[in-house]
Write a protein that binds this ligand. Structure first.
Ligand code: MG
Length: 465
């Protein structure tokens, strides 16, 4: 009996020790928040140079953290960009792009393939609490929803806020100039259920923020991953009553200033719970501004063109990273980086091995964030659906093809032989083609492309059925 008791208490002690170790590990493992806007331009924040939009919370985030001046989305449009963020892989590797349909639509039957490993799945398997609050757009059928792809919780709209257009509203783009909620029959979902339809978009940013801060509070004692993809500032634009007509930039400015307020609440919640020195927060966007919407679309600032295009304005995003105690306040990274790099970065910081059975396009940004060295990323590939349009290495960007941003007047893709070449360090606006004087640089970039394409196995499109 005595022996049994000894064994029993020894077992309890061992179990307790294990729990303590696990708890201690968890206490050290950082939390992650990824705030992802929709169609935000490079020039739409005060801390990236906008003259009339006020973004005091994002400005403070930049002052306390790191500003990335050369950070890119993986595609110039929504669904492919989000798939790449979630998987650390170019959209054509997982079939989340199409030459026929830009994104998933309410009649689509496809979505993110089950064989893909999302960052949420990796973190959840390693003990993280996970939530997706906002616009998903990686498939709205049950098997594709966030709760089937590594997220414990989901609250948001499954696709874009301009879908499910009703027929009795104003025609064409007219509906966007004075948008009313009832013109778009978009569902709002909680986990797998539709809880509101049409989603009341006038309060959607506020409600996302409430949901996000509640998730942080509910999970303050465990490591967590919060993915907060705002529906805004994708048109149609809506904002809560307290932000109506407050910005000098008009409706678009109101929307950005509400997102700024949301960021402020998220960071304040982390400070209040004393999680700020153990939480890495990224702020960025899925693609550049949707320029055909005139005043309702954003601005790429000094960059050329916008959403849909592989000119810089379509894919370079205003990006911030914040982690008090780990990131030097007020630092600026001019390294070329990608939303796809978040995948490897979060794996590294959470102590999870990267999947070894697939090609990744993701580079760990930890040395950049902690100021210990450069990113290992050497090249950046610009795709429009399955078409490789351009590649960047160092300051050099070569365009094999170009196409204007989405719009009624957008021209057919133009092939360039010889390719166009720009020095983005000298000419971020891509105005001066310097191909004539730099044929050796072009040869180097063409070799880079050949090496990239030699290993590439594009997957069948998930967007075409
Ligand atoms: Mg978008």
């Amino acid at each position: 009996m005595r022996l049994l008791r000894t064994v029993f208490f020894a077992f309890l002690g061992l179990a307790a020790t294990r729990l303590d170790v696990h708890a201690a590990d968890d206490a050290r493992r950082p939390n992650f928040v990824v705030i992802f806007c929709d169609d935000l331009g490079y020039g739409d924040l005060a801390c990236f140079g906008h003259p009339t939009i006020a973004t005091p919370n994002l400005d403070r985030m930049a002052a306390e953290g790191m500003k990335f001046t050369q950070f890119y989305s993986a595609a110039p449009v929504c669904t492919p960009s989000r798939a790449a963020l979630m998987t650390g892989r170019l959209p054509l590797r997982n079939g989340m792009c199409s030459n026929k349909r830009r994104v998933l639509f309410p009649d689509s039957k496809g979505g993110i393939p089950a064989a893909e490993i999302t960052i949420a799945e990796a973190l959840k398997a390693s003990g993280y609490a996970t939530a997706c609050v906002g616009k998903w757009h990686l498939g709205h059928l049950p098997q594709y929803l966030p709760t089937s792809n590594g997220f414990d919780h989901y609250f948001g709209i499954p696709y874009s806020n301009d879908m499910d257009r009703v027929n009795d509203g104003p025609k064409g783009r007219e509906a966007f100039w004075n948008p009313e909620v009832r013109y778009w029959n978009v569902p709002l979902m909680r986990n797998e259920e539709i809880v509101e339809r049409p989603a009341d978009q006038t309060t959607i940013t506020r409600r996302y923020t409430e949901e996000a801060t509640k998730f942080i509070r509910d999970n303050k004692d465990s490591p967590f991953f919060l993915y907060l993809p705002h529906s805004m500032p994708h048109v149609p634009l809506f904002r809560s009553p307290e932000f109506a007509d407050t910005s000098r930039r008009g409706l678009f400015g109101d929307v950005i200033e509400e997102i700024d307020g949301s960021v402020g609440q998220v960071l304040e919640t982390l400070r209040e719970l004393q999680l700020d020195d153990n939480t890495l927060v990224f702020f960025t966007s899925d693609n550049g501004p949707w320029l055909i919407f005139d005043e309702q679309g954003g601005s790429a600032g000094l960059l050329r063109d916008g959403k849909g295009s592989t000119w810089e304005g379509g894919m370079r995003e205003p990006t911030l990273a914040w982690w008090p105690g780990q990131i030097r306040p007020g630092s600026v990274s001019r390294d070329v980086a990608s939303t796809m790099d978040i995948f490897a970065t979060l794996h590294a910081l959470a102590g999870i091995d990267l999947p070894a059975d697939r090609v990744l396009d993701s580079h760990d940004l930890t040395p950049v964030l902690q100021g210990t060295g450069p990113s290992s990323r050497e090249a950046l590939f610009y795709y429009r659906a399955y078409q490789l349009m351009a590649v960047r290495r160092g300051p050099w960007k070569v365009h094999l093809m170009t196409q204007d941003a989405y719009g009624p007047g957008s021209r057919e893709p133009q092939k360039h032989d010889p390719p166009l070449l720009f020095n983005l360090d000298h000419d971020p606006g891509e105005k001066l083609n310097v191909a004539d004087k730099n044929s050796a640089v072009i040869q180097m970039l063409l070799a880079e492309i050949a090496a990239h394409q030699a290993t590439l196995v594009p997957a069948a499109s998930e967007l075409e059925f």
